[in-house]
Design a protein around this ligand. Structure first.
Ligand code: UDP
Length: 329
C-alpha cells in the first residue's frame, strides 16, 4: 500500500485519480484550496477509510511539510487551469503555477519523495508540427499576450522539475496532459466540451469560436488516470516527460454538431470571433495532436474510450447535475 498526496485532488482530474487509487487499496491525502476544485467532487471518497482531506493552499509550507513527510508519492495537479481563467486572471495563473510547484519540489526534496508534475500540451505553444513528440519545440507568442503566461509558467515548472531530478537526484516525472474530458469538468473555466453540453441541454446557442476548423483530440479522464497510474508504476519513467492524450482528432465545428445530436438538442450553432470570446489578439492553436509512442513503449498505455462514449458520459453527468453549474455560461 502506497500513500499518495494529491495536490488539487478536489479538481476534475485529481478527484478521478484519487478515486482510482483508493479503489485499488492505496491511501490518499488530498490538499486543495477549493479555488477551482469542489467539495462535491470528493464527497464519494469520504467512504474510504484511507482517505484524508486538507483544505489548504500548497504554498503553506508548514502544512505541506507535514503532509509530504507523511506520504510516499506526490502527484502535483494544483494549478490555475482553463484558457478563460488564464486570460482574465494572469497574476493568479503565474503565481499559482510557479510558486506552487517550487514549494512542492522544495519540500519533496527534503523528504526525498517521488513526484509527478502535471503539465500541459500548451507547452508546444504555436508549434505547427503534427503530432507533437516530447522533444519538440515550445513556440510561444509575445509576453503582451496573456495567453502565453500559462504555457510559460508550466514550462518553468517542467524546467524546475527536470533540474531537481538532474542536479539533485529527486525522483520526478512530468505528465503532459492534452485536452482531457469527462464528468466533473466545469464549464466555468472555458473548457469546450462541458460548455457545449450545457448549451445543448439548455437549448441555448452552441458557441463555436473562430471558424470552428481548429481541431483537438479529447481524451477521457478514465484513460488519463490509467496512463498516470501506469507511469507511476514504471521505474524507467523517472526523470522523463510523457505526452498523455487521445489521437482521435475532431474539428470544433464537428464537435458542436456531434454534441447537439447526441444530446438530442435543437440548439443553433453560432460562430463567435476570438476577439469577442477571449481578448483582443487572442491566438488559438489550429491543431493539437499528441504523439504517444513514448508512453506506449514505457507502459503499454493507449487510450481506449472513443469520443462518442465520453460525450455520452458528459451529457449524462450534466443532465444529472443541472443545478451544480447553474451560474456558469
Ligand atoms: N472553444 C469554442 N467554444 C467555447 C469554448 C472553446 O469554440 O465555448 C474552442 C477554443 O477556442 C479552442 C477549443 O474550443 O479552439 C478547445 O478549447 P478549450 O478551452 O477546451 O481547450 P484548449 O485546447 O484551448 O486548451
Amino acid at each position: 500500500m502506497t500513500h499518495y498526496l494529491i495536490t488539487g485532488g478536489a479538481g476534475f482530474i485529481g478527484s478521478h485519480l484519487s478515486e482510482a487509487l483508493l479503489a485499488r487499496g492505496d491511501s490518499v491525502t488530498v490538499v486543495d484550496d477549493l479555488s477551482t476544485g469542489r467539495l462535491e467532487n470528493i464527497l464519494a471518497l469520504k467512504g474510504y477509510p484511507r482517505f484524508r482531506f486538507a483544505i489548504e493552499t500548497i504554498t503553506n509550507e508548514t502544512v505541506m511539510d507535514r503532509l509530504v513527510s507523511e506520504c510516499d508519492v506526490i502527484v502535483h495537479l494544483a494549478a490555475a487551469v482553463g484558457v478563460k481563467l488564464i486570460v482574465t486572471d494572469p497574476v493568479r495563473t503565474i503565481e499559482t503555477n510557479v510558486m506552487g510547484t517550487e514549494e512542492v519540489l522544495r519540500v519533496a526534496r527534503r523528504y526525498r519523495r517521488h513526484v509527478v508534475i502535471a503539465s500541459t500540451s500548451e507547452i508546444y505553444g504555436k508549434n505547427e508540427k503534427v503530432p507533437f513528440a516530447e522533444e519538440d519545440d515550445s513556440v510561444f507568442g509575445s509576453t503582451t499576450r496573456s495567453r502565453w503566461a500559462y504555457a510559460t509558467s508550466k514550462a518553468l515548472d517542467e524546467f524546475l522539475a527536470l533540474a531537481y531530478h538532474r542536479s539533485l537526484g529527486l525522483p520526478v516525472l512530468v505528465a503532459r496532459f492534452f485536452n482531457t474530458v469527462g464528468p466533473r469538468q466545469r464549464s466555468r473555466y472555458g473548457m469546450v466540451i462541458p460548455r457545449f453540453v450545457r448549451q445543448a441541454l439548455s437549448g441555448e446557442p452552441i458557441t463555436v469560436y473562430g471558424d470552428g476548423k481548429q481541431t483537438r483530440c479529447f481524451c477521457n479522464v478514465r484513460d488519463v488516470v490509467a496512463a498516470v497510474l501506469g507511469l507511476m508504476d514504471a521505474p524507467q519513467a523517472v526523470g522523463q516527460v510523457y505526452n498523455i492524450g487521445s489521437q482521435e482528432e475532431i474539428s470544433i465545428r464537428e464537435l458542436a454538431e456531434r454534441v447537439r445530436s447526441l444530446a438530442g438538442s435543437a440548439s443553433s450553432i453560432v460562430f463567435v470571433p476570438y476577439d469577442q470570446a477571449y481578448a483582443q489578439g487572442f491566438e488559438d492553436m489550429q491543431r493539437r495532436v499528441p504523439d504517444i509512442a513514448k508512453i506506449r513503449a514505457a507502459t503499454g498505455w493507449v487510450p481506449r474510450i472513443p469520443l462518442d462514449e465520453t460525450l455520452r458520459e458528459v451529457i449524462a453527468f450534466c443532465r444529472a447535475s443541472p443545478a451544480v453549474e447553474v451560474d456558469e455560461g
